[in-house]
Design a protein around this ligand. Sequence first.
Ligand SMILES: *Cc1c(COP(=O)(O)O)cnc(C)c1O
Length: 359
Amino acid sequence: MSAIFEPSATARDRVVRHPGHGESFTEHMISMEWTEGEGWSEGRITPLQNLSLHPGVIGLHYGQVAYEGLKAHRRADASMGVWRPYDHALRFQRSCRRLAMPELPVETFVAAVDQLINADEGSLSGDPAHSIYVRPIMFGTDTSLMLRPSRTYRFLVMAFVAGGFFGEYVESVSVYASHDYSRAFPGGTGDVKVAANYAPSFLAQREAEAAGCQQVLWLDAVERRYLEEMGGMNIFLVRGQGMQAQVVTPKLTGTLLPGVTRNTILILAERLGYQAVEERISLDQWRTECDSGLMSEAFACGTAAVVTPISRVVDRGNAWTIGNGKPGPVTLALRTALTDLHHGLAPDPDGWLHSAAGH
Ligand SMILES: *Cc1c(COP(=O)(O)O)cnc(C)c1O
């Protein structure tokens, strides 16, 4: 584990005082509008403030809303590094396209994120476990209850200060396989980041919590057998031990979100000498491979969750522990490799870390 994640007394105090994830907003926001014919307006930066909207806007009623989530970290030299913003910008374009919304140019997206980071980086303490989580969002603003795409849109960027998603340290989560609900289905919107994907998962999340779990594990909607992902994170399993280990994740079937972190982990796994595998794997097979000892680690990953070990699975009446229930060595090696890159502490041959002040 890298030293920057060792708990210090002050960091521990801060956990107690730190507001919930997503509530500690920074001071500013960026706004832009799109209209047919005119295209995108200039971006404006203002204090974070309430919106004034007609109650009949399309985005509110019909869910024409797409968003992104990306992070900026403070590097050792105190400059701000934004993690893979071009990849987030491209995914945002795909999400908007899926909802018949205009696409924001990639350079505009990245410049808006940089401008907000530059304005609000003072909100971030020197604690390397903290980061700025940036939330770009676009929604239809036509005042019309006709069932059709909006002809005007608003793009906003806001941000909040984030600690570790599940607390500051490497804490494990337990997962609950949902057999009654589906997150996504073939031809739907599971492979894009649109607001309409999330509210329908809340009831399953409540069920998971009632079963003593922190997260829902979504299965494929057709057979309810194959692992897909978690509510806002992709899932990885580790097969085998040591340098022979395979780092396994479900294939992108069109019903799971292609995480930027997922993609990073697949590349880092190979770089660390493991074998990265994308494979369709059923819940039953996972259980069998855990029982036989072949699989002894699993983890969730995402911008917010970073790399979070999975310690336990609940599948209807059955429950099993992954390995010895503690974070495994492959999980921790990948987590360290990723967080070192986030903080500019490791070689970055792909140029994933972008300088917010580079304009
Ligand atoms: C955002 C998200 C992820 C993680 O994607 P990252 O790009 O790694 O943050 C995974 N699954 C879902 C459903 C998500 O919304």
